[in-house]
Design a binder for this molecule. Sequence first.
Ligand code: NAP
Length: 287
Amino acid sequence: MKNISKAKFIITGGAGQLAREFCNLLNKANAKYIALDIDKLDISNIDKLSKICKEYKPDFLINCAAYNNVDAAESEFETALKVNFTGSKNIATLSTELKFKAIHFSTDYVFGGREQFIPFKEQDETAPLNKYGISKLKGEQIFLEISPKNLVFRVSWLYGEGRQNFIYKLLQWTETRNEILIANDEISVPTSTYFVAKNVLEALDSNGLFHLVPDGYVSRYDYAKFVLNKLKIDALVKPISAEYFKLPARRPNFSAMDSALFFSLFNLGKKHWSEYLEEFLVKNKFE
Ligand SMILES: NC(=O)c1ccc[n+]([C@@H]2O[C@H](COP(=O)([O-])OP(=O)(O)OC[C@H]3O[C@@H](n4cnc5c(N)ncnc54)[C@H](OP(=O)(O)O)[C@@H]3O)[C@@H](O)[C@H]2O)c1
């Protein structure tokens, strides 16, 4: 969208990694926004949400709030639903009532995996394997059902500044473990928060559901090796099947998505995931 400096934004889940990336870009564009985390704005509380929206009168609300603990969601399904479904429903309801546009994020974990490594398109059948995926699927469905004018982007394996991502955890493990075991049978697309936020801000005029990830895909194990090689960190990393970890939540073996629809509508560049990752590692002075 042109002229975002003339629009007003509310960012929910303001302390999260994607929210902070939106704040960086909105600052650079001199746009007006408020970013609120759960302590100031719990999206499951429609009265509070309504009050803030009525006072601030946003043109856009970008919902970065989410319950993202994939394993804990197995035993805390109600809590996951409260944020990922009820929160999403509340935002969509208010977007029609108060006439702002709302943007929401979903996940590759709405898919159940597949034998052939063909990245999933928007219209492919969903089949979440875990409660987190179910809560996110219900959230994206109600969001667009209430207002098809709104926007939903499915993203995967997000990384950005901060500690809530795989890269940060991996670097921690290199300091605390003699050998690091990483699943080589979970495949998706590492996606930078910069890539997501930049493209979303260009596409605010559109509506509907889009996959938004860079080109290519990789296993968790090769992703880890890529990061450690680029950072020249000498650590013993071994590939292993995800089953070994006996985690509460099942994950899809392959959940890479195809963003061709989004990039066919917008004349924006898209590169391989490894190029964004390399830029991120350099920019954040890991190297
Ligand atoms: N991270 C990934 O790999 C990934 C993959 C696929 C899709 N996504 C989706 O992408 C979006 C952005 O993810 P992210 O990685 O930026 O998430 P994040 O860093 O975990 O940030 C989410 C933020 O929302 C806050 N929050 C939780 N419940 C809330 C509530 N009821 N009201 C308001 N805020 C609440 C969290 O606070 P607390 O930390 O205190 O709970 C956190 O600050 C989410 O929709 C997520 O589901 C993420």
